[in-house]
Design a protein around this ligand. Structure first.
Ligand code: ADP
Ligand code: ADP
Length: 229
């Protein structure tokens, strides 16, 4: 059976008289260890889907099975534990704490979760072995994003969710970040989901999910995804 399965997931927002259908009946399945890309126009509902999958937002309707459990049935405490222990997040703007070093940023996030990995080991794995004691302002954009990926991976999560992780980076730096995410997926068997509105990266994915107007408008499975070089 699938590692992730969304069935008829809906998220509506009420703005006075108006109801905004951010997510309007989404179904998809993802296997364990897949590198998945979600594409679609701005406002399509991509971030809302990712936030629901990560337990940062609740859905109005539908079921969300993750590793055999329906997280839409979770109470507040269960959702907090899920978010803390099972999911790693990577955002466009790294969200690092400026007065903590790279290794401190990673430790701060991982020390409160259930199965943390050693912060310095994970930073070495993302190529920052020489940068452990640097502050965010002393690092390039690509390096800061590597710290934020290390911070997510140090939780040893079941699932890594990335919202426009290359959105603030130049082309080649972004490419290196995507390669790191793809390698993480391949080497650790981790399930990685990346939102992007750049269709150029879709050949790298095992699965591409297209979202439009709050619905899945297409799904492609790549038998031979390309490796980024
Ligand atoms: P995408 O990530 O594809 O750009 P989003 O998931 O951010 O799309 O948003 C989908 C739709 O839901 C948009 O029309 C957006 O304005 C609306 N939306 C998202 N969050 C909220 C909110 N908290 N309140 C009201 N509307 C929202
Ligand atoms: P735009 O033309 O919209 O400025 P770019 O083509 O420069 O966009 O790419 C935007 C982002 O998409 C970059 O951060 C880059 O990481 C990623 N990207 C685009 N194409 C590829 C590719 N073939 N392989 C890896 N990453 C890519």
């Amino acid at each position: 059976s699938s590692f992730i399965e969304l069935k008829n997931v809906k998220k509506y927002y009420r703005m006075g008289e108006v109801i905004i259908k951010a997510v309007d009946g989404i179904d998809f399945e993802i296997n364990k260890g897949e590198f998945v890309v979600i594409v679609g126009p701005s406002g399509a509902g991509k971030t809302t889907v990712l936030n629901i999958l990560g337990g940062m937002d609740s859905c109005s309707e539908g079921s969300i099975m993750v590793d055999g459990v329906d997280i839409s049935e979770f109470n507040k405490k269960e959702l907090t534990n899920y978010r803390r222990d099972d999911v790693g997040f990577v955002f466009q703007f790294y969200n690092l704490i400026q007065n903590l070093t790279a290794v401190e940023n990673v430790e701060l996030a991982s020390q409160i979760c259930k199965n943390p990995l050693e912060a310095d080991v994970v930073l070495c794995e993302v190529g920052l072995g020489e940068r452990l004691l640097n502050f965010p302002a002393q690092l390039s954009g690509g390096e800061q994003q590597r710290v934020s990926i290390a911070r997510a991976l140090a939780k040893n999560p079941k699932l890594l969710l990335c919202d426009e992780p290359t959105g603030a980076l130049d082309y080649n730096t972004g490419k290196a970040i995507l390669k790191l995410l793809q390698d993480t997926c391949r080497e650790n068997g981790m399930t990685v989901i990346v939102i992007t509105h750049n269709s150029a990266i879709t050949p790298m994915a095992d699965r591409v999910i297209k979202i439009k107007n709050g619905k899945v408008s297409g799904m492609t499975v790549n038998e031979n995804p390309i490796s980024v070089e």
